[in-house]
Design a protein around this ligand. Structure first.
Ligand SMILES: C[S@@+](CC[C@H](N)C(=O)[O-])C[C@H]1O[C@@H](n2cnc3c(N)ncnc32)[C@H](O)[C@@H]1O
Length: 445
């Protein structure tokens, strides 16, 4: 489409019925024109029909101008292009790829002539003018092509996406390409969130060892390692699908005691003198793990029991509900941090519900509330807390909320992604809700 600029007598510019008749108060516009002159020319077609600038035209007229500078748009080339596109969109054998591209092209052509609402706002702000007629919009393209606005928007977005992701063109059906595009957008949003998380002040390693952690660099370890329990068997339920107990391949190892020995040596190596360790351990291995920790150099301080107030039900009803878990509390060397909270708070027994509902993102997720209690007692703000078996990152959330620095290690990529997402959400936490009082039952962790 070609354009040129010319001085045109105001009286010869034609105002059609499409343009608004109520022009509002023109005082501001007139004084702006008097002050800075003509910043935003009026647009007319080759027959001098006004396209944009109806209010400006009236302001010039009232100011006593006789001629005005106009941009003349060769609308015939737009119209012929439009006719061609229109014809194409009505062709029966038009591929979906061509169809969406044609629609996008029509929309773009009209926006070039009329301007989009956003651009208009920007120009009007700069020039102090108030342009008309109404700027181009998806709604107007939809009306022109006699389709719904939602469909037009989706098709134009797909056309734009084809340029960015040419592989989308390979789909046979438009619906397939659209659903792939939705997935791509979700991935892009997720990646944006993850890159935001990476700029926060903590370390999350996708790894299966503690080798990157320097000797004596950690103040506190709070961790929930694999329990190595035989859980492969399924529980038969009359008339219902068998219940699975398997939590993942990460919970299986040939020789648990050898594994415990490696962990104990690493825990001891990375902790500072006076550092503390809280480690979940199955009742089956408490005494052997206790011995292993002592052999590594730790002083065992106590065994803590967590009572789950909402345990999984005992479906076979032949023994008790498994409503407890055990945690060994041990320290390295002398002078460990121990922020006394009052006798009532220092029992080696703690009650809290297991994480249930939408907040549950890991099969063995631990409540943030109990992790916070130990972090508060055994570290100070600014200390470094390590969880080398981080799962969904509950220890990191607890440390973040208590303003401790932290390091998380997790070997499964799916959980590393979940950690980042949870940490982003947790950065909006409200410190004023933090409490040393008994754990609130409604906390969903
Ligand atoms: C019991 S879960 C921890 C759950 C965690 N407390 C939470 O609240 O989500 C143990 C986690 O350790 C991970 N894991 C197992 N072996 C690992 C290793 N050698 N290094 C790092 N992570 C490991 C598993 O993938 C699993 O997510």
């Amino acid at each position: 489409m070609t354009t040129r600029t010319r001085l045109i007598p105001i009286g010869s510019i034609k105002v059609g019925h499409r343009y608004r008749s109520v022009l509002g108060d023109l005082t501001g516009l007139k004084s702006s024109i008097e002050r800075v002159g003509l910043l935003n020319p009026i647009c007319v077609d080759t027959d001098l029909n006004i396209i944009t600038g109806r209010r400006r035209l009236e302001a010039y007229r009232q100011l006593g101008w006789e001629v005005v500078e106009c941009t003349i748009l060769q609308l015939d080339s737009l119209e012929s292009k439009l006719a061609e596109l229109h014809e194409n969109t009505e062709r029966e054998n038009l591929t979906w790829q061509d169809e969406v591209k044609e629609k996008a092209e029509i929309d773009r052509l009209f926006r070039d002539v009329y301007g989009s609402a956003k651009e208009r706002q920007r120009t009007d702000l700069l020039t102090g003018s108030d342009s008309d007629p109404v700027p181009w919009s998806y709604k107007r393209t939809a009306d022109l092509l006699k389709e719904s606005k939602a469909l037009i928007i989706a098709d134009i977005q797909l056309a734009d996406a084809l340029e960015q992701h040419p592989k989308l063109e390979e789909f046979k059906y438009k619906s397939q390409a659209k659903s792939r595009l939705r997935e791509i957008r979700r991935e892009e949003e997720r990646n944006a969130l993850l890159s935001e998380a990476k700029s926060l002040d903590y370390r999350v390693y996708h790894d299966d060892s503690m080798s990157m952690i320097e000797d004596g660099s950690i103040d506190l370890i709070v961790t929930d390692p694999p329990m190595f329990l035989p859980r492969s068997e399924e529980i038969e339920l009359t008339g219902r699908t068998p219940m699975k107990r398997d939590v993942g391949s990460w919970d299986v190892v040939e020789n648990p005691l050898e594994e415990f020995g490696r962990w104990a040596a690493d825990f001891y190596r990375v902790l500072k003198e006076g550092g503390s360790l809280y480690v979940f351990i199955s009742d089956r291995f408490i005494s052997s793990f206790r011995d292993i920790l002592e052999r590594a150099g730790f002083s065992i301080r106590t065994l803590i029991t967590w009572h789950k107030t909402n345990p999984r039900p005992q479906v076979r009803k032949y023994t008790y509900c498994m409503s407890t878990e055990h945690i060994l509390f041990a320290t390295k060397g002398s002078g460990h941090t121990f922020n006394w909270q009052g006798q009532a708070q220092m029992h080696n027994f703690i009650e809290a519900p297991i994480v249930a509902g939408a907040g549950r993102v890991h099969p063995t997720q631990k409540p943030v509330s109990i992790l916070k209690k130990w972090i508060r007692i055994s570290s100070n703000p600014g200390d470094i807390v390590l969880d080398p078996f981080a799962g969904s990152g509950s220890t990191g959330i607890a440390a973040l909320e208590l303003e401790r620095d932290f390091v998380l290690i997790e070997k499964e990529k799916q959980y590393v992604d979940i950690i980042h997402e949870r940490l982003i959400q947790a950065t909006d936490f409200d410190l004023s809700t933090d409490t040393t009082e008994p754990i609130p039952q409604q906390e969903g962790q």
